[in-house]
Design a protein around this ligand. Structure first.
Ligand code: 4AD
Ligand code: MG
Length: 432
């Protein structure tokens, strides 16, 4: 026998007898009335029994129902505005499946380290459950956006022969007789090849950075979606990024009302995420920092605090474009107006969240790209295939990468990315 009715669909079963398969979330008793909160993965349901009405042998099972005990509970569905979720089950029978002894996460407050050590169990609690439900919807919205606009999904490899985003954050592993392999920092180089074959493509998968940074924004394993489009220049790719972020925020707002309530996330700031977004140059951003009394050295990349200050000036995500080429990746095309700058952009999320997107127009000239690879001391033989793309029908092309966890932290209003991925990987955490 398998569950046929789930808590999230109870509105269709008012007055009917149903069986709910799940786990005890909590319970309380007030004299002759006893409440058992049962969760089934789709919601939490208040189940009631009353002395005299419920058969005695069922009523007495209350005592063995410890937190997280698994069970099948049957009874009649009632609409009840006072019950959490709006429905209540009048218990007729309880079948205990497995008694949970001393479940470590109790309704009292636990520290974040304790909860992270018990992440495999913590997933059952309201808050992480809500965050990961929103993550699921966000991922669906991301896919729908690209799929409905004619983009082809191209999966990029995870084991790669060279770096894409700088050699200081590479995870290295031995690769048989072929020397070293590295965990992918970005699928970009591969979607560039695919864009020349399919026009509009995207990859979506885990990426890895051996980040030594212990900040609220850094994971060592995170998910990135990376569209790449042939014939797009910087302007067009910025437009795409804007349309994309507007779309995914609207979709999540529409599908996740209940979860935002659980998180007590005020969604008003998210309702303002409507195009056009402000666009400023790197130099404008430096001016903002100066005006806010930040001691910033022109030519550096922005740090977390800088990004927070810049993004706090705007109610919408802000696009910062044309960073100094010297602090950016080897593959970015220089601005023909002034070669000091790269045709790059970052999108910084509001409410102080900072960078969620990094992107650029790519260098499409063979000789220039070869020069850049040499300047960055990258191994040319690992990039011969990438250079080929500039030998056979090279065209202008552009793309970007959006980090799912940083985007979700902003959307959910969380103060750390570790809660946005089911099992976070950080410098000091590889378990569970
Ligand atoms: O700015 P990044 O490094 O850009 C790239 O990797 C490009 N190759 C993408 C492209 O053009 N196809 O990373 C893109 C995004 C960041 O804006 C951020 O949201 C996320 O990936 N990100 C991280 N998220 C969590 N932890 C980390 N350590 C991250 N590093 C980058
Ligand atoms: Mg970046």
């Amino acid at each position: 026998m398998l569950p046929e009715v789930y808590i999230e669909n109870l509105s269709q079963y008012v007055g009917k007898e149903v069986k709910i398969y799940g786990w005890v979330y909590n319970k309380r008793s007030s004299g002759k009335i006893r409440f058992v909160l049962v969760r089934d993965g789709t919601g939490i349901l208040q189940c009631v029994m009353a002395k005299g009405e419920t058969p005695d042998e069922v009523f007495d099972k209350y005592d063995v129902l410890t937190q997280e005990t698994s069970l099948i509970v049957s009874g009649i569905v009632n609409e009840d505005k006072r019950a959490p979720g709006g429905y209540e089950l009048h218990i007729k029978d309880i079948q205990v499946i497995h008694i949970a002894q001393d479940y470590p996460i109790t309704p009292k407050e636990h520290g974040i380290d304790f909860l992270m050590d018990h992440r495999h169990l913590w997933l059952r609690s309201r808050r992480p459950h809500a965050v990961l439900k929103i993550r699921h919807r966000l991922v669906k919205a991301i896919r729908d956006f690209f799929d409905s606009r004619g983009f082809v999904l191209i999966d990029a490899p995870i084991l790669t022969p060279a770096s894409c985003e700088g050699t200081t954050t590479l995870f290295e592993t031995d690769y048989f007789d072929l020397g070293k392999a590295y965990l992918s920092q970005s699928g970009q180089l591969y979607v560039e090849a695919a864009a020349m074959a399919f026009g509009k493509v995207y990859c979506f998968g885990p990426t890895f950075r051996a980040e030594k940074s212990k900040t609220r924004r850094h994971l060592t394993e995170f998910w990135m979606v990376e569209p790449e489009v042939a014939f797009y220049e910087l302007e067009e790719i910025m437009n795409l990024a804007e349309e994309f972020v507007e779309y995914i925020v609207a979709r999540v707002l529409e599908t996740s009302k209940r979860e935002f309530e659980v998180l007590e996330r005020n969604t008003e700031p998210l309702e303002k995420i409507i195009r056009p977004f402000p666009r400023i140059s790197y130099n404008d951003a430096v001016e903002i920092l100066k005006k806010n009394g930040i001691n910033f050295q022109w030519g550096n990349d922005f740090g977390n605090t800088d990004e927070t200050v810049i993004s706090q000036q705007f109610e919408k995500p802000v696009i910062v474009h044309r960073y100094p080429a010297a602090v950016k990746a080897f593959y970015m095309k220089r601005d023909p107006q002034d070669e000091t700058y790269a045709l790059s952009f970052d999108m910084l999320a509001p409410e102080g969240y900072g960078e969620i997107i990094g992107g650029s127009q790519r260098e499409d000239d063979y000789e220039t790209l070869l020069k850049r690879i040499k300047e960055h001391n990258l191994p040319i033989d690992a990039f011969d295939w990438y250079l080929d793309l500039r030998k056979y029908g090279s065209v202008p092309h552009s793309g970007f990468g959006l980090g799912v966890e940083r985007t979700l932290a902003w959307i959910c209003g969380l103060d750390h990315v570790r809660e946005t991925i089911p099992f976070p990987r950080m410098i000091y955490r590889i378990k569970p």
